[in-house]
Design a protein around this ligand. Structure first.
Ligand SMILES: O=P(O)(O)OC[C@H]1O[C@H](O)[C@H](O)[C@@H](O)[C@@H]1O
Length: 585
């Protein structure tokens, strides 16, 4: 063993330990690891050899141009003083709150930071806005002291419709309060040369952080997109990065492949997916409940294309072996020395029953720096096993294009077009789907009767997130897992459009999609535009539904009227009485 091998092994010993209990899949995974070893895979990986993923020249060019994340943690170590100084300046200027506004990769890491860490010493409270839902926009607006709030508009491309709308809305509000000094309260994080740089400069933004063109959104947690909000929230970003760099060394090009934490995990996930274990079911303690949002985007958007993919399943209630099909791999991410008895016992039973179970135990939340990097490598490696380009999202655009056409109609006619008649309307709730039945209960049952082993349910909630609604959605998921034995995922729209939405349209056609929409009696008008947040959100729902239909997906849209909670209760009540029965394989 030479010095470089030894250094890499030392780093592998220092990172959070992972245990991979792979049962009967171990031999296939070992064989793939040996094959990769024989091909010098890790060397090629670090040299950005695009042929490891794809053979087409244009796709190879895309792979090569989005591998900046490999070294971004190291690069960002040098930027720590600049970011920390900025955080001090913000404090000194008297700011009391931070709101980060953006979609997908531009806000997922801040969401994880805010949920997984306590607010740090000298840090500011932080909220994240990543929805066009007028109820949520209003809640955030009411909960912060506007003139003492720093608004971060985060968008890599600088062209994403939502962050630009959030920026416009709050800039206008601040102009009402501070006149031409509004820009003092605004910060941009974007790529060099984006159109947004010009707009933010014109609006007198306090600061514009330029990120790196070669770092894709979902691989940007350890760049300015994650680190500026983290520092403002009071997280020790130097330590976070040091730990990420340790993981980077452990995942290096030297040393044995089976001691390379990212490679080992990625090969396991890729081979398991090929063997039909393609539902990566994440289990976490409550304090890490939002890690799943970040992982969902990374894994679903990177692997969910060309009819293939790994489906991340986050936030699903963990059950006994009898409720699961043969399509799962369970991954527990938690903390050393913090026993999580209930989950651990269930996972032990699942392992006994032959399900693959992977366990990663961090020392404390700062180890998330490591985990971001481990999972980025693992996702890229799994994509190589599956022979797909992990860095594009070819099917996300479909929903955006359909939404844009609908918004053109709104601009002309003042409202969204009515495209489809409901199959059933009961108690103010309307149901739209291709299947036939006369009552709401029968229609929903008929929709679920299409479920086959290996399918999954995806709940799409274009609603105001609330604890009550979260509980209702969990009940629905629980019923589906228990009675149909299929995986269930759930997301608030439009957040998931920039995350798992890629898999929904680009992955295998195994999804049953239930979309919840609502009227917005208390809407918010967007300044300088002919539409409101509520219309925008409903156009996004309708646009994605259109895209799902274009990809021949099975959908059920449930319009809850103007009271989401009440409508949801009606829907859940219609599911009581008899169990749901799916189709045979
Ligand atoms: O950061 P932005 O350019 O605004 O992009 C935000 C998000 O939107 C897109 O739709 C992509 O699917 C995501 O990968 C991306 O993270």
């Amino acid at each position: 063993m030479d010095a470089q091998d030894k250094k890499q092994l030392d780093s592998a010993d220092k990172v959070a330990p992972a245990t991979l209990q792979l049962g009967k899949y171990q031999s296939a995974i070992n064989a793939k690891l040996q094959e990769f070893d024989a091909r010098d895979f890790t060397k090629g990986f670090w040299q950005k050899e695009a042929s490891l993923w794809v053979q087409d020249e244009a796709a190879q060019q895309s792979v090569r141009s989005f591998m900046g994340w490999l070294r971004v943690a190291e690069t960002m170590v040098a930027a720590v003083p600049e970011i920390e100084q900025f955080a001090q300046e913000v404090n000194a200027a008297g700011f009391k709150h931070v709101v980060v506004m953006g979609m997908g990769g531009s806000t997922m890491a801040p969401i994880v930071f805010e949920k997984s860490f306590p607010q740090g010493e000298g840090g500011l409270p932080m909220s994240i806005l990543d929805t066009t839902n007028p109820g949520t926009v209003r809640e955030i607006e009411k909960s912060v002291p506007l003139t003492e709030t720093l608004f971060i508009v985060a968008s890599k491309s600088g062209t994403t419709a939502e962050p630009l709308a959030f920026g416009d809305y709050f800039y206008h509000r601040l102009q009402e309060l501070k006149g031409d000094k509004a820009g003092e309260n605004f910060v941009a994080i974007t790529d060099p040369g984006s159109k947004f740089v010009t707009a933010a400069t014109e609006q007198g933004y306090r600061r514009i952080f330029l990120n790196f063109a070669e770092v894709g959104g979902r691989f940007s947690a350890l760049s300015y997109f994650g680190l500026v909000p983290a520092a403002l929230y009071g997280i020790n970003i130097r330590e976070l990065l040091d730990r990420a760099v340790e993981m980077m060394r452990a995942c290096g090009a030297y040393g044995p492949v089976n001691h390379n934490p990212g490679l080992e995990l990625g090969v396991a996930l890729g081979v398991l997916a090929q063997e039909g274990r393609d539902k990566l079911t994440l289990v976490v303690p409550q304090s890490l409940s939002d890690l799943g949002l970040w992982l969902e985007q990374l894994i679903a958007e990177s692997t969910g294309k060309e009819g293939k993919g790994i489906l991340p399943v986050a936030g699903e209630p963990l059950g006994a072996p009898a409720v699961y099909g043969q399509d799962r791999v369970f991954v527990y991410v938690g903390y050393q020395g913090k026993p999580d008895e209930a989950n651990q016992q269930k996972l032990a039973a699942l392992e006994q029953a032959g399900h693959p179970v992977i366990t990663i135990l961090m020392a404390d939340p700062l180890d998330l720096g490591q985990e971001f990097f481990r999972w980025e490598v693992a996702t890229a490696v799994a994509s190589a096993v599956m022979q797909i380009n992990p860095f594009d999202q070819p099917n996300v655009q479909a929903a955006k294009t359909a939404t844009d056409s609908l918004m053109k109609v709104v601009e002309k006619e003042g409202k969204l077009p009515q495209t489809e008649e409901p199959k059933v309307t009961e108690d103010g709730v309307s149901y739209y789907t291709a299947v036939q039945a006369n009552t709401a209960a029968d229609l929903v049952r008929a929709f679920f009767a299409q479920a086959k082993p290996g399918d999954f349910l995806n709940i799409q909630a274009y609603l105001t997130e609330s604890p009550e609604l979260n509980e209702d959605l969990q009940r629905l998921r629980q019923q589906v897992v228990d009675q149909l034995h299929i995986a269930t995922t759930s997301g608030y729209g439009p957040r998931f459009l920039h995350s798992t939405g890629q898999y929904h349209k680009g992955g295998p056609n195994t999804g049953l999609f239930v979309q919840f929409t609502v009227d917005h009696p208390q809407d918010i008008q967007l300044p300088g535009r002919s539409y409101s947040f509520g219309t925008f959100q409903n156009a996004q729902a309708a646009g994605d539904l259109q895209a799902l239909h274009d990809y021949s997906r099975r959908t059920l849209r449930i319009h809850l009227g103007d009271n989401a909670e009440q409508g949801m209760r009606t829907v859940l009540a219609s599911l009581q009485g008899a169990p749901l029965v799916g189709a045979q394989a």
